[in-house]
Design a protein around this ligand. Structure first.
Ligand code: NIG
Ligand code: FE
Length: 411
């Protein structure tokens, strides 16, 4: 039997708990025990008996502290780049045209299939490292660049391995329904059938799948395809999510809402009715402003409707080689304020508690509450509004993961 880990006190902090009701706590403290938060509150309310048990004490010098950030939508495991397509797009060829000509996602599929597992790991690691340096402690990684059973499995395994190597929580998401692979040209229904009856149960059986996603779009899959996939995922008890309403509206979010999807992501072309349906089903609207920027989109998601309906909004990087080449959640936060008009408070909740909700991790991560993971960031900022304000400057001073200093310094 292992002894209970000793409690550690982190005192003299200004906390942004992101727990859904407390805005800020001054002169506050945290007590961690091992990988969990045990106590959170104002220092004057800290029970003396608990205080006396803490041999290890860290003075945070009145620094602002948030939960570890959560990037709830990435495709960060892939090989190669699509810089040449970016140049094509700069010349005026659209993302959709490139996809219709067999490029886009399928170009990355080609490169990814050719890469060995260690190569995939090595190419993807710097992207995860960049996120971690900004205080990301939980990240979702989707498959979707393999599109065979063996290649999707490789992507998901690399995702898991990256999580272990970096000591961060990785939630894997099966996105086999990302594009129709060349082997199935003209046989979309067969492809979906293969995913549903073969790949999904097998990959789930291997413990490689935390949730299931589908790209619902004219250049992707239909809303009816999503119904078939979501029914299969639900039978296995897996959470579902959807790339929806990114380039057009073909009814994705209404299906996502019907299935109580964890999240619906992109949503530039979502309607107020979609916003209301998502709010009613408890589905998080995940905003991906780096893709909006990367595609030079001009239509912003319906933020006013999300606010009116009280739809939870999260913000993520969408890190991928096509629409959103980048690995900075802080930049995504800045873009969400500037492009979409989110307030600094909304953006912070969007990368903490609402992002946790989008991953089915509510209460376990993304909030400074007792029982949650002891993941938090100590920021070198004067005001919390600086998060999502700086561009190209990373004010994370220290990142604590599972109760231990993982990056930066405390003094
Ligand atoms: O979230 N839209 C589909 N999937 C990604 C892009 C993938 C790619 O272009 O490689 C997205 O934008
Ligand atoms: Fe995406």
């Amino acid at each position: 039997m292992t002894a209970d880990p000793a409690p550690v006190l982190w005192r003299n902090a200004r906390l942004l708990p992101c727990d859904g009701h407390t805005a800020r706590l001054d002169a506050a403290a945290l007590i961690t025990r091992g990988a969990r938060l045990e106590w959170v509150g104002r220092e004057r309310d800290l029970p003396a008996t608990l205080r006396a048990q803490c041999q290890e004490v860290h003075d945070l010098n009145a620094a602002w502290v948030t939960p570890g950030l959560i990037d709830c939508h990435t495709h960060l495991v892939f090989a190669g780049t699509r810089a040449y397509e970016y140049v094509q797009r700069l010349r005026g060829i659209s993302y959709e045209e490139i996809a219709r000509q067999g490029g886009g996602i399928l170009n990355t599929v080609r490169d990814t299939r050719l890469a060995s597992e260690p190569e995939l790991f090595d190419q993807s690691a710097p992207r995860l490292a960049a996120l971690c340096a900004e205080g990301v402690t939980t990240v979702e990684i989707k498959s979707g660049y393999g599109l065979t059973l063996a290649d999707e499995a490789r992507l998901l395994r690399v995702a898991r391995r990256l999580g272990e190597a970096f000591g961060v929580r990785v939630q894997t998401c099966l996105l086999a329904a990302h594009a129709l692979p060349p082997e199935f040209t003209g046989r979309g229904a067969d492809y979906l059938d293969t995913i549903v009856h073969d790949w999904l149960p097998r990959l789930h059986g291997e413990g490689l799948v935390d949730s299931v996603d589908i790209f619902v779009e004219n250049i992707g899959f239909s809303a009816d395809d999503a119904v078939i996939l979501f029914e299969a995922a639900s039978r296995l008890g897996l959470g579902v999510k959807m790339h929806a309403e990114q380039l057009s509206n073909i009814g994705g979010s209404q299906v996502a809402a019907r299935f109580h999807a964890l999240s619906c992501d992109h949503l530039e072309y979502a309607t107020p009715e979609d916003a209301a349906a998502l709010a009613k089903s408890g589905t998080v609207a995940v905003l991906l402003p780096v893709a909006y920027y990367g595609l030079r989109e001009t239509r912003a998601p319906p933020i006013t409707a999300f606010r009116a309906a009280c739809t939870r909004m999260a913000v993520a990087t969408d890190c991928n080689p096509g629409s959103a080449p980048g690995a900075s959640l802080l930049l995504a936060m800045s873009m969400a304020t500037r492009f979409f008009g989110l307030t600094p408070e909304e953006v912070l909740l969007g990368v903490t508690c609402h992002a946790a909700h989008a991953l089915g991790l509510s209460g376990a991560a993304g909030a400074l509450v007792p029982g949650a993971a002891a993941d938090f960031v100590v920021w070198a900022v004067r005001e919390p509004e600086e998060l999502g304000y700086w561009v190209g400057l990373n004010p994370a001073r220290a990142v604590i993961r599972s109760g231990r200093l993982a990056a930066g310094h405390l003094a």
